[in-house]
Design a protein around this ligand. Structure first.
Ligand code: FES
Length: 232
């Protein structure tokens, strides 16, 4: 479905707010219309010029966007190919995580190309041609990370699991399971747990403890300053 003209005014207002807030990455910003046009756990296609975007609503206020092209054979990804948190290429049946774009199975050798999506004044705004921001910036207040547990946050490095195995000892790991691309679910003092197929990773170094995953979770250096955690 194309982007409707009557939404351009709302988009202009949204973009003003977006620029005021400061974009996380550079590129062309495009208004996609009201965020509530997509149901939770559902997706919708948008077209802007020659660019096709697939937007997936992960939760009430969180969205993931991708260039709607299968990386292996360049066929168009469609909203009807999104089910149970997975996006399937219509022809070669490559499967991707609908939240992260990570490849799960099939002939594709890479994940989906991401399109940053924000909600600005109730309107979805996509940034096309964005250059990834440096992996820096604040993550979360340190008081919000439970001692002996963890919390997931969106960051310029993707979704991270921030853990605090013991008081004042913080670490950050990619929240994307190295088995089949699910987001990990939770953390204890010892382990980060992916409940998709029960892989567990150490909160000390991200290494696999058990389960079908073979690789470790990518580790990101994190530092606490004035009650906030930052990537560095
Ligand atoms: S995707 Fe995490 S265990 Fe399979």
């Amino acid at each position: 479905m194309g982007i409707r003209r009557r939404e351009l005014i709302a988009g202009a207002v949204a973009l003003a707010g977006f620029l005021w807030a400061g974009p996380a990455a550079f590129g062309s910003s495009i208004s996609l219309g009201r965020f509530d046009q997509i149901k939770t756990k559902a997706a919708k296609n948008f077209t802007s010029g020659s660019t096709r975007i697939l937007v997936y609503r992960r939760t009430a206020r969180k969205f993931s966007g991708f260039i709607a092209s299968c990386p292996s054979d360049k066929t168009n990804l469609t909203a009807s190919g999104v089910r149970a948190g997975r996006i399937t290429c219509p022809t070669d049946k490559s499967v991707f995580n609908a939240s992260t774009g990570a490849r799960i199975s099939g002939p594709a050798t890479t994940g989906l190309e991401k399109v940053p999506i924000k909600i600005v004044n109730g309107v979805l705004v996509a940034t096309i041609g964005a250059v990834a921001a440096p992996i820096t910036g604040s993550l979360i207040e340190s008081s919000k990370v439970p001692v002996g547990g963890g919390v997931k946050v969106d960051s310029t490095a993707g979704v991270l699991m921030i853990v605090q195995p013991t008081r004042g000892n913080f670490a950050a790991y990619s929240a994307i399971c190295t088995h089949a691309g699910c987001e990990v679910s939770r953390a204890t003092a010892q382990a980060i747990i992916c409940t998709c197929h029960d892989s567990q990773f150490s909160t000390e170094d991200g290494k696999r403890i058990s389960g079908p995953a073979s690789g470790e979770l990518k580790n990101f250096a994190v530092v606490e300053r004035n009650g906030m955690l930052f990537l560095r």
